[in-house]
Design a protein around this ligand. Sequence first.
Ligand SMILES: Nc1ncnc2c1ncn2[C@@H]1O[C@H](COP(=O)(O)OP(=O)(O)OP(=O)(O)O)[C@@H](O)[C@H]1O
Ligand SMILES: [Mg+2]
Length: 237
Amino acid sequence: MSNQLLEVHNLNTLYGRSHILHDLSFRLAKGESMSLMGRNGMGKTTTLKSILGIVPPRSGHVYFDGEDISHLPTWKRMRRDIAYVPEGRGMFHNLTVKEHLQMAARPGSNGETKWDYDRVLATFPRLSERLCNLGTELSGGEQQMLAIGRALVTNPRLMILDEATEGLAPLIRQDIWNVIASIRESGISSLVVDKNIKALKGLCDRHVVIVKGKVHFDGSSSELDQNLEKVETALSV
Ligand SMILES: Nc1ncnc2c1ncn2[C@@H]1O[C@H](COP(=O)(O)OP(=O)(O)OP(=O)(O)O)[C@@H](O)[C@H]1O
Ligand SMILES: [Mg+2]
């Protein structure tokens, strides 16, 4: 059996005539945590949406745990144990904190329920004080915690996080990094989109940097250190 969890193979994704992803390929091993970095507009969110089928690629394949999921609709891909924390957090306007979590909770496809409502509240004590508030009434940091909690209660094998720390105060940002670290320690693989190279170096095993929809760098944290100048140039505005 392969130890690859996610394989992205030669993706080409377009919006109308704008060709955004160009033969994009990378792999994520089971239990591994991977960062996906790049400047604004380079195609990070488009990569995630292509993996999930939210924006279907023109060509290329996505394999999850050895299965070609390229033809599946988004909800079926997510039922393969992929959880998505979208950019902007995606709170539902009419649901409370409690309802957000209860609605999403389900066992993983192997029947596991390691992450349930109580464990999420124990991980994010601040949410337990706001259970009856609407998701949209929370602060930015609390909304991010809820978005991560809502993903965790689906008991995923892969967590995909898009700019989870964007716009947050440094202390809250650190809280989110700590949670991402504990997700990794609990054995869940993750694909983390962010721009903070320093934080990601400690948090992820492997790093992919994209420039204009093409892989510019793909390597381990120590390879990232050896190529720091090249990577920092690709990320600087
Ligand atoms: N729905 C859309 N229709 C047309 N073009 C789009 C659409 N979504 C994104 N784009 C364009 O595709 C390119 C890649 O966008 P994408 O959102 O993937 O970038 P990103 O790397 O996630 O950027 P950011 O760091 O700002 O979130 C950009 O030029 C963007 O303007
Ligand atoms: Mg984006």
